[in-house]
Design a protein around this ligand. Structure first.
Ligand SMILES: [Zn+2]
Length: 526
């Protein structure tokens, strides 16, 4: 149902684009929105859905992952504009001489009307075809379109040519190309769109409420493509995250419609002054998210070169400081155990969503965790906070299909809590096992998908809690030295890519010859 548009596009912006590196980030699951779910054309995924990762306890949500060649952090030259046709009968279109980046590039220019909860956005995507297939269309995820009236596409251009040849249905936008995109080539997409944020209901992060606006999965992004299989865009479910992400580079500018408002913005990357607005660059991340509020108080610390900032509401100074220090400590622990922290900053954002939710270099934590903070490390604020921080590695650095193989990030993130406690609060390890795992008497297969189990508790018990028990059993079986050598190798080999269970087992086998068949039999589907 393409719609014709006479809107003009900021094509000229292409000529001045300067690409910096960016990375990938991940998201959490959205509860099914009240929006309509239109049937999705049967062309796409052989698999159901992907998305970010949640944490046990409250309703979950999380997401991420992508399969992109090891990222080079070399700036990509600006794309060249297509030649202007000299006559209506000119020769067949020639390929656009666009420099082919090593991963998708996103340039987003945002005008944010905080008071009216709306955004006007110009987006440019340079998408390289890194697959072995010629692509006749490009499939994008458009999460805001799950909410009725939240997403309005004003215009689209393909390689500088205005196009109405697309189909937007639910969360899926398919753009049909005038000529196939061959392997190794890139296409430039320009869009202008408006977002009218929905009220943030319970179990929802995207939207606005009296305290903040949260922009997660807010721009159309290209779904991962699997050679010979198709586009990876899964259906949402009430538990778990359904989106899957390629690593990508982002350049984002945000300008306030009313610059006199004292709005504080928490984002996936450090802010750089940019005239009247703010500019952010993020390299090799799963997503770029941000949250804005006139009520945020902030506190900042550093861990080596990494700037960590806590954004919290009035009355929550003590928990706001406590989670800042805990996450800073967690970044040190995980950097030592897994891989260097992959981003320049980490933002911790208090929210109304009733759990934690990670997006790589920014995560959200529920306000009740702050309210209930008791001055110790024995609470949801600290356990779930360091869990979400671990997603910078397991979701951000190493992606996965969050819908079909959520254990790959969630089991490792809940086990990361254990690693944080044994390192930082060794006398609380037994407390942690009882509080987080044993108390739930978990059952279920670790490798359940978000479609296998219908509600939060059975899902988290199987994927998260039994996942932690499996990793503990594995560690005991192969020993600490092999266990941590494996995790470091797994992080190094899968950095910037999307790992599968096959990768997990194959890399594990490089570090141990122990027979673990009984563990696989006990914890994983037959
Ligand atoms: Zn998680």
């Amino acid at each position: 149902m393409p719609r014709t548009s006479s809107l003009t596009l900021p094509f000229l912006l292409l000529a001045v684009l300067v690409w910096t590196l960016a990375g990938c980030a991940g998201l959490d699951l959205l509860a099914p929105s009240p929006a309509f779910f239109t049937a999705i054309p049967p062309t796409v995924t052989p698999n159901p859905n992907p998305s970010p990762t949640p944490t046990p306890f409250q309703p979950l949500a999380d997401a991420s992952a992508t399969e992109i060649p090891p990222a080079t952090l070399t700036p990509v030259p600006p794309p060249t504009l297509p030649p202007t046709p000299t006559s209506a009968l000119s020769l067949p279109p020639t390929p656009i001489p666009v420099s082919v980046p090593t991963r998708p590039q996103y340039v987003l220019s945002v005008l944010l009307d905080y008071t009216n909860h709306s955004l006007s956005v110009d987006e440019t995507i340079i998408y390289p075809n890194l697959s072995a297939d010629s692509l006749s269309s490009i499939v994008l995820a458009v999460e805001p379109n799950r909410w009725m009236g939240a997403f309005q596409l004003g215009s689209l251009a393909i390689n500088g040519q205005v196009s109405a040849d697309y189909l937007l249905s639910g969360q899926r936008l398919e753009i049909f190309l005038p000529q196939p995109l061959v392997p190794g080539a890139a296409v430039v997409l320009n869009m202008h769109f408006e977002i009218y944020l929905p009220w943030m209901s319970f179990s929802q992060i995207f939207g606005f409420n009296i305290a903040q606006v949260n922009l997660v999965d807010w721009y159309p992004f290209v779904a991962p493509y699997l050679s010979g299989q198709g586009w990876l865009l899964h259906e949402p479910r009430p538990v778990g995250e359904h989106l899957v992400y390629d690593g990508a580079d982002f350049e984002v500018t945000i300008q306030l419609a009313d610059p006199t408002l004292p709005v504080t913005i928490a984002a996936s990357a450090p802010v750089e002054p940019n005239g009247a607005g703010m500019r952010y660059t993020l390299s090799n991340a799963r997503a770029f998210v941000f949250s804005a509020s006139t009520r945020y108080l902030t506190s900042t610390t550093t861990v080596g070169p990494v700037v960590v900032t806590s954004y919290y509401f009035a009355g929550h100074d003590a928990p706001g400081q406590a989670i800042l220090q805990a996450v800073a400590a967690a970044i040190s622990v995980y950097s030592d155990r897994y891989a260097p922290y992959p981003y320049a900053s980490m933002s911790i954002v208090e929210t109304y969503y009733p759990d934690g939710m990670e997006y790589g270099s920014l995560f959200f934590l529920n306000k009740d965790f702050y309210r209930d903070y008791d001055g110790t490390a024995r609470n949801n604020l600290i356990t779930i906070g360091v869990h979400e921080a671990a997603h910078a590695w397991w979701f951000g650095l190493v992606g996965n299909d969050q819908a079909l193989e959520p254990w790959l990030d969630e089991a490792l993130c809940i086990y990361s809590e254990r690693i944080f406690y044994e390192t930082t609060y060794p006398n609380l390890v037994s407390w942690w096992w009882n509080f987080r795992v044993y108390g739930f008497q978990p059952t279920g297969w670790v490798d359940a998908s978000i479609y296998d189990l219908g509600s939060f508790r059975p899902y988290t018990n199987a994927v998260y809690l039994r996942g932690a028990l499996f990793l503990e059993a594995l560690r005991v079986r192969i020993g600490d030295e092999a266990f941590f050598a494996f995790l470091r190798d797994y992080a190094a080999q899968m950095a910037g890519r999307r790992a599968t269970a096959g990768d997990f087992w194959a890399i594990l086998a490089l570090h141990t010859s122990a027979d673990i068949s009984d563990l696989r039999q006990a914890y994983f589907k037959p």
